[in-house]
Design a protein around this ligand. Structure first.
Ligand code: IDC
Length: 353
């Protein structure tokens, strides 16, 4: 599979190089066009590579996420809010602004399973799948990594909607199997009594369904207690390659004790992915605690942990990065951003370092 992808990629590259050479030769042979052609060809070469263009297919190596060259890579970006409630941010220009102005290399598409109008609770499945598919296409066009997030929350235990999860991931993985940029997150936050044993059993069924189509896709697995109990995953990890375990934090709620757990697990070799976090408390609202958030970011930097911020919407809650009532879906100014939005944009741009 990997070889097939590589061959295809090499072929594309060779084809493109040959085409560019031919084009350059043709243009240079045309009298009077040399002056005009020079800077144009130069400009095309100068164009910065996209994140996926630069890093290619990712895989998990020990605790690290690494790129096609085997070098460590940190994914950083934004999660959408629930796709059925805020579909308008599934927009190519939204993602472009996140990439070019915010410095994000990844977006996460949050597909709630059991909330109001969730995928398994009355939502329009075809419309929701279209949103996910469009999101993946836009991210692909822009050379960004994209996480397809099966957003278990109200359902508590991913086994509740396991049948639908199997059908969904079967369809997604078949559709996107040739894409190097798609990451599957198979259960956002098991909680309230959902055990690691149960999650393990669920993962043991869902992962093979994805791997049947895409043997080397990176897969993120949620952990008990709203994706905080990564120590349970360390005690009994899954027997699959290219798997990472989700750790979620909300900085005003989860402080030293969860950072300590995180560090201990990573030190022992557990691949951890912060696929959701907020600077406020676990309700998604309340006051932001930027001091605690900054400590989390230090930890992420130290261990090269990928992180995705919750949430890209203009909902009237602290964790939304746009001010309530902001109608723009892209090219936001500082005034369009909430306090959270201003902070995370600076963080992603590296301005806090
Ligand atoms: C919250 C949203 C809120 C929505 C609620 C639905 O911010 O607008 O009404 O979900 O139950 C999580 C979850 C994430 C939560 C978020 C804040 O993954 O879905 O979003 N949170 O509560 N885990 C910890 C916090």
């Amino acid at each position: 599979m990997k070889d097939r992808k590589r061959d295809r990629k090499a072929l594309r590259k060779t084809g493109l190089a040959a085409f560019m050479a031919l084009l350059t030769a043709l243009v240079l042979c045309m009298p009077g066009t040399v002056q005009a052609a020079g800077p144009h060809v130069q400009a095309a070469e100068d164009k910065a590579p996209t994140p996926v263009g630069a890093h290619g297919a990712l895989r998990v190596n020990g605790p690290d996420l690494v790129d096609a060259k085997g070098e460590k890579i940190q994914l950083k970006g934004m999660s959408t809010h629930g796709l059925s409630w805020f579909p308008r941010y599934v927009d190519k220009e939204t993602f472009r602004t996140l990439r070019d102005d915010w410095g994000a290399n990844c977006v996460r598409l949050a597909l709630y399973t059991d909330e109001y109008n969730g995928y398994c609770s009355g939502g329009n499945k075809e419309e929701l799948k279209n949103l996910v598919n469009n999101g993946v296409s836009y991210a692909t066009d822009l050379g960004m990594y994209v996480i397809v997030d099966w957003h278990v929350l109200n359902d508590r235990d991913p086994n509740v909607h396991k049948g639908e999860a199997l059908a969904f991931f079967d369809e997604m993985a078949e559709k996107w199997k040739d894409h190097d940029n798609v990451i599957y997150e198979i259960c956002n936050e098991p909680n309230s009594g959902a055990t690691w044993e149960g999650i393990r059993a669920y993962a043991g069924e869902v992962i093979p369904v994805i791997r049947k189509h895409d043997p080397d896709a990176v897969i993120i697995v949620g952990t008990p207690t709203w994706s905080q109990d990564i120590d349970q995953a360390l005690a009994s990890p899954l027997e699959f390659d290219n798997v990472m375990y989700a750790l979620h934090f909300y900085a005003a709620t989860h402080t030293d004790w969860l950072r300590d757990r995180c560090e201990k697990c990573v030190e022992k070799g557990l691949p951890v992915f912060i696929s959701e976090f907020g600077m406020c408390d676990a309700s998604g609202s309340g006051a932001n605690n930027f001091e605690q958030a900054a400590r989390w970011m230090e930890l992420a930097k130290k261990w090269n942990l990928s992180y995705i911020c919750w949430n890209l919407a203009d909902k009237n809650e602290t964790s939304s990065v746009l001010k309530p009532g902001c109608t723009k879906v892209s090219r936001w100014t500082e005034e369009d951003l909430s306090e959270s939005g201003q902070w995370i944009r600076r963080q992603l741009r590296g301005e806090h370092d």
